[in-house]
Design a protein around this ligand. Structure first.
Ligand SMILES: [Zn+2]
Length: 383
């Protein structure tokens, strides 16, 4: 984004001198701080200013996006999904498999300011095409374990898309093989659920504590929710075992009514992610803040929504604390909350339903690797 000389530094000064309310951090809720330059980076200091509608939180994590830019059909650049929209860590969700992960690590990640982690697809080629598990000869357990050994700090888990359009006649076998790899590597599984076969109940019964179900509020036939918003028996058993619910909005995997009913029946997600990719960045997903605003509209508090993009996904991928001893900021996101959205403003879900949004989250800047970076979305805002 081109700006007149001086514009960026003026905006930066305004942001750092603004009193920021801490949300989702280790400090007391409602504490007011400022962020200030420090040797080698930035630090938090207490601020005498009154609370404003500007907030600071640990850096946002998008647990499910697609950033194998230039290689897969879905990829966007990591900074497009990352710092430009307030995200300080992007987890690529299965764009690469054992045969292609070296290229993601070697040729894409170094071009980005935003740190990237990867869920490794159990399909060897990742998402070069979108039927990656329809032929079992495209899966290789030993080579997938070998790829995890090559990238222990980069790979955060194993991804399997366990729905009919992806697995074809392979049924539950890709999921069982992904589970075998994940348990051997002591990593979590991220499982995409969608249209049958396989039946969602059969998928859920194979998941263990710490595994992640993405697209949890999808609106396809066979979704694991009752009409009153309570989980199906299989989903309830999975949640009781410690399986984690992830939003994974995507282009076809978020139904407003499903989310609203579940959340208001007491079943919020553990993590909020976008499933951002080239085919949904222009809508309905757009960015993580848009998805967060939809979950507020569905009944979650600002604090809970922020926890779902900070502390909670941080537990899954193992992020470092956002404030180091002495106050140095390791990662943070600065954002505003606009409470005065025009009456009638709506966002879209994946089924053409209008989501009535009154509180909009607007990312302004991040602190990342010692740098203060104003956000600059590649795409126009939603409204
Ligand atoms: Zn995805």
């Amino acid at each position: 984004m081109l700006e007149p000389p001086g514009m960026r530094s003026t905006a930066l000064r305004m942001m750092t001198e603004t009193a920021l309310r801490v949300v989702g951090g280790h400090t007391e809720a409602g504490e007011v701080v400022r962020i200030a330059p420090a040797p080698g980076g930035w630090k938090l200091e207490s601020s005498p200013g009154p609370g404003t509608d500007w907030y600071i939180s640990p850096g946002w994590v998008d647990l499910h996006a697609h950033v194998y830019d230039g290689v897969t059909v879905l990829g966007v650049h990591p900074d497009t999904a990352g710092y430009r929209t307030g995200v300080t860590l992007v987890a690529d969700a299965g764009s690469s498999g054992e045969a292609t992960v070296d290229g993601l690590a070697r040729y894409v990640v170094p071009t980005a300011r935003t740190p990237v982690r990867a869920w490794l697809n159990i399909g060897s080629h990742g998402l070069v095409h979108l039927r990656e598990l329809a032929d079992l000869s495209w899966l290789d357990v030993d080579r997938t374990l070998g790829a995890i050994d090559r990238h222990p700090a980069f790979i955060c888990g194993v991804k399997v898309r366990s729905s009919g359009a992806v697995v074809g006649a392979s049924g539950l076998q890709p999921l069982k093989l992904a589970r075998l790899v994940a348990r051997n590597a002591r990593l979590p599984l991220m499982v995409h659920i969608g249209e049958a076969p396989p039946l969602v109940e059969d998928v859920l019964d194979l998941l263990d504590e710490g595994d992640v179900v993405t697209h949890c509020y999808h609106g396809k036939v066979g979704a694991p929710w009752s009409a009153d918003g309570s989980p199906s028996q299989a989903l309830r058993r999975a949640i009781d075992r410690g399986v984690l619910l992830d939003v994974g909005h995507g282009g076809a995997s978020f139904r407003w009514e499903t989310a609203w009913r579940a959340i208001n029946a007491g079943w919020p997600p553990f993590t909020i992610s976008t499933d951002l990719h080239a085919r949904n960045i222009g809508g309905p997903v757009r960015d993580l803040a848009t998805t967060m605003s939809k979950l507020i509209a569905a009944g979650m508090s600002l604090r809970d929504v922020v926890l779902c993009v900070t502390t909670n996904p941080g537990q899954v991928v193992g992020t470092e604390p956002w404030v180091r001893p002495g106050g140095a900021v390791a990662h943070a996101t600065i954002f505003r909350v606009s409470d005065d959205a025009p009456k009638g403003r709506t966002y879209e879900d994946c089924h053409g339903s209008a989501v009535p949004v009154r509180r909009c989250i607007v990312p302004e800047a991040v602190v990342l690797r010692g740098q203060f970076l104003p956000c600059a979305p590649d795409m126009a805002p939603a409204v």
